[in-house]
Ligand binder design. Structure first.
Ligand SMILES: Cc1cc2nc3c(=O)[nH]c(=O)nc-3n(C[C@H](O)[C@H](O)[C@H](O)COP(=O)(O)OP(=O)(O)OC[C@H]3O[C@@H](n4cnc5c(N)ncnc54)[C@H](O)[C@@H]3O)c2cc1C
Length: 290
């Protein structure tokens, strides 16, 4: 692989994020195999370019000025089931892991069906829903650093807590992961997935571009409850708006910029701190050149 394999310069990242916001990548490459992924990391290193791995782009606020260096969009999808263990490449959609497990009669991974994004994004951010989270079901993850060194880390070596891991703020990339469910009943698992999906549709503003929960829930409370109680549902800056349907969602209602969203987040944090003395911590990752 050579630098030319990194494709055209200046690809807009907006279409690659669920918020539909984000400026250009210096270099953008979609990888579809393990070899592509590892080769691209090597070529970036040889050219002294930083690497940002983009999964589904569902937990990101990408700066209007974009991301410097190479953005690798991880489209490498492979999965297999062995007993109660599902092994998946990092670009596999988390929902696909849930579906593969359910089809094989493996229970306990149904919540994954409701979380957008990839295995790599979930391992990186300890994604979770409906009382389950990645750290509960991950056995281990194969990782690679920017020198191309690979190793396998057990779940207890990844520093997991609520929406947090030791991989965050590091350039370490998840290559693949193994999840453990429990041998169960296919029909039960499929039914549970449908129930969870229906519950989601009722509560979340899925028709407008968004990035899931904007803030983490503070201990013992819900960010959405506090934002609603502060009277901020429907509050807008530029094209960004606090969803009238779910207060912990900021939606791109009308051509929002990253700066609009960031300003609205700051306003929400300021109001909630003033009214309830609670510091809201972003769940969405602000990335790129601000
Ligand atoms: C409608 C909606 C609902 C949501 N609901 C939930 C929910 O219930 N629970 C929840 O936890 N989250 C939820 N989210 C947020 C999001 O789905 C999760 O954070 C998800 O795990 C992000 O995965 P991704 O592949 O999209 O990561 P991206 O958004 O692409 O990236 C997020 C971070 O992960 C890193 N990353 C991606 N791939 C890799 C890799 N292979 N190796 C290392 N790092 C990597 C990126 O570099 C970046 O730092 C929701 C989002 C939306 C839009």
């Amino acid at each position: 692989m050579t630098m030319t394999a990194f494709g055209a310069r200046g690809e807009s990242l907006a279409p690659h994020t669920s918020l539909r916001i984000g400026g250009p990548a210096d270099f953008f490459l979609r990888v579809a195999t393990e070899k592509d992924l590892l080769d691209a990391i090597q070529v970036a290193r040889e050219n002294e370019l930083s690497v940002f791995v983009l999964g589904g782009g569902t937990n990101l606020l990408v700066a209007d000025r974009g991301i410097r260096g190479v953005v690798l969009q991880n489209g490498w999808r492979e999965s297999s089931v062995d007993g109660d263990i599902v092994t998946a490449s990092s670009g596999t959609e988390l929902a696909h892991v849930a579906a593969v497990a359910a089809r094989s009669g493996v229970e306990g991974l149904e919540w994954m069906a409701t979380v957008p994004g990839t295995v790599g994004g979930a391992v990186h951010g300890n994604a979770g829903a409906f009382g389950g989270e990645t750290a509960d079901v991950l056995v281990d993850a194969e990782l690679v650093d920017m020198n191309g060194d690979t190793w396998t880390a057990r779940v207890d070596e990844l520093g997991y807590s609520y929406r947090t891991s030791s991989l965050q703020r590091t350039p370490i990339v998840c290559v693949r992961a193994r999840f453990r469910g429990r041998t169960g009943d296919r029909a039960n698992a499929v039914k549970r997935i449908k129930e969870m999906a229906n519950e989601r549709i009722k509560k979340q503003p899925l028709a407008q571009p968004n990035t899931g929960s904007i803030f983490r829930n503070p201990p013992g409370d819900h960010a959405g409850r506090l934002i609603e109680a502060a009277g901020l549902k429907g509050k807008a800056i530029g094209g960004a708006m606090v969803s009238p349907k779910h207060a912990n969602f900021i939606v791109n209602a009308n051509g929002a910029t990253a700066d609009d969203v960031r300003a609205l987040m700051a306003l929400v944090q300021g109001e909630v701190a003033k009214k309830f003395n609670v510091k809201l911590v972003p769940e969405v990752e602000l990335v790129g050149d601000w």
